[in-house]
Design a protein around this ligand. Sequence first.
Ligand code: PHB
Length: 374
Amino acid sequence: MAGLFHPTSLGDLDLTNRIVMAPMTRSRADERRVINPSASEYYAARADAGLIISEGINVGPMSNAFDRTSGLWSDAQTEGWRAIVDRVHDKGGRIVAQLWHGGRASARGLLYDKQPLSPSGVNDDLDRLQVWALLANGAYVRVSATTSRAMTLGEIRVAVEEFKLAAANAVRAGFDGVEIHGANGYLIHQFLSPTINQRTDEYGRSVEGRSRLLLEIVAEICDVMPRSRIGLRLSPFADYNSTRDPNPAFTYGRLAHWLQTAGLAYLHLADTNAWTGAPDYERMLPIFREHYRGPLIVNAGITPERAADIVNSGEADAVAFGRLFLANPDLPARIRAGGPYNSPKPFGIYGGSDAGYLDYPSLESVAQEVAEEG
Ligand code: PHB
C-alpha cells in the first residue's frame, strides 16, 4: 500500500497521499439550498484524504437532480460552504468544490415549476433519469423526470455564466479549486453526447460543437482561478442517466487531445458502470492515455489493493473512493492498517438527520470505546 502514501501534486493541488474522497451526494441542504452545518463535521472527519472532492454543488437554480443538494450562487450558500472549508483546512486537508448542472435530469417540482433544460429536448427515456425528492414524511424517493426542452443560445450563455459565478464563489469560500462535473449524464455530458445533443447550431453538429459548452465553461472559470486549480470529471461509457454515445473513443479521444494542452489540474475518470458490476476501466484508460499524459484520478469499483497497483504502476496519480469514504471517515488510516472497513448503512445515504452521516466510527474511536469498556 506504500505507494498510496507518497505525496503528489495535481497541478497546483498538493496532496499528502493518493487517496481521494470521491464526490458524493448527501442531500441535507436547507430550502435555500444552503449546505447543512453538520457537513463541517462530516468533511473534517475525512480531512486526511489527499484531496476531498465535495458533493456536487449546483451552479444555479435550474440545476437540481437531487432535492436538498446545495448551491453556490448566493451569498448565504457561499458562507455556508466557507464554514466547512475552514474546518477542513484547520485539520490540514484540501477540498475542491464540484460544480454541477443537472440539465435534463430533473423535474418541474424541483425547479420552481420550470421545465428542465437540455441540449435538444430528447425525452424518449425519462424513466431512465435519476431524479430524487424528499417527501414531507422524511422519505427520500426516486421521482419521475419531467420533459425537458432545448436551451436557447441565451440560456446556454446563462449556464456558462453560472459556472463562472459558482467558481468565483468557490474562491470566496476558500476552496482549493473546483472540479467541473462533466460526467454521469448531467448537462455537460448531455452536450457531449451525440444522442442527447441533436442541435444544429454551433453547440452541436460535430465533436467540436458538442464540446463547445465545456470549453467555454473552462475558459470562463480561468478568469477567476488559475487553470492549475481546475479539475474535470468525465465518464465516457456511463449508462447512468441514459447519456448514450455510440462512439466514446471518438468523442473522448478528441477531448483527451485537448486536455493534453489545456493545463488543467487533473482529469478525473469515473467508471460509473462499475457501480452495477460492469466496469469499463480497461477500455476507458487507453482512450485518454493515448493523448493525455497529465495528472489523472480514477474512480469507481476500485479496491484499496488495486488502487495501490494503479498508482505504483503509474497508470494514474491517485484513486478516488466513494462508498468506502462514506462509511470510513479515517479511510487512509484503515488502508494503512489493512482494514477493517465499515460498510455503508442502509439509511441516511441521501437526506435525513446525522444518522448514517456522522455516526460512522473511526478506528481510533472504536479502540477508545474498547479501552473504556475494559
Ligand atoms: C448520485 O447522487 O447518485 C449521483 C450524483 C452525481 C453523480 C452520480 C450520482 O455524478
